[in-house]
Design a protein around this ligand. Structure first.
Ligand code: IMP
Ligand code: MG
Length: 176
């Protein structure tokens, strides 16, 4: 099987939308310092591009999670592979994700973060696939709502590839 990538959201559209989100973030956090928390690896491109558009003081932190195998997926539990290296208590925190699909990852992470008592806690996701939602989770900033298709680019991968594409594309699988 060969993969063909069809553009769904162009680099220009993403950049313009992140500009709007950055303005809203600045308002919502009153121009105060914000800690951007990246969910590796998919969130990294959106986090960096959003960070470059923010004019308020920004710090960055990173965490890595994985969902348990299919057998336990219905429990909604995720495994923390790498936790934040600094406490977020009393801080303004903006969690940045690539995509919200079933919602399991984000709802678990949200509970974990809120338990640590940040001053403010908000979530930004580049993409939202609401048709696939299993667990509801409040998201403050959504870049684009998309239909149920497998997408890559702008941090999102297929078998670890295509994270570096500057657009979001749909993967089509074709016979060689
Ligand atoms: P969920 O919301 O817990 O189901 O998990 C979302 C995670 O699944 C995302 O952070 C991505 O890593 C991955 N994911 C979901 N949909 C896609 C897709 O269309 N392309 C690539 N990765 C995806
Ligand atoms: Mg992810």
């Amino acid at each position: 099987m060969k993969e063909r990538i069809e553009v769904m959201i162009s680099a220009e559209e993403i950049s313009a939308r992140l500009e709007e989100i950055a303005k809203q973030v600045e308002k919502d956090f009153n121009g105060e310092q914000v800690e951007l928390v990246c969910v590796l690896k998919g969130g990294v491109v959106t986090l960096v591009e959003l960070a470059k558009k923010l004019t308020l003081p920004v710090t960055m932190n990173f965490m890595d999670v994985s969902s348990y195998g299919d057998a336990t997926e219905s429990s909604g539990r995720i495994k923390i592979l790498r936790d934040l290296d600094e406490d977020i208590t009393g801080k303004n925190v903006l969690l940045v994700e690539d995509i919200i699909d079933s919602g399991r990852t984000l709802s678990h992470l949200r509970a974990l973060m809120l338990h640590r008592n940040p001053k403010r806690f908000k979530i930004c996701t580049l993409l939202d696939k609401p048709d696939r939602r299993v667990t509801e989770v409040p998201v403050d900033y959504v870049g684009f709502t998309i239909p149920d298709a497998f997408v890559v680019g702008y941090g999102l991968d297929y078998a670890q590839k295509y994270r570096n594409l500057n657009f979001v594309g749909v993967v089509h699988f074709e016979e060689e």
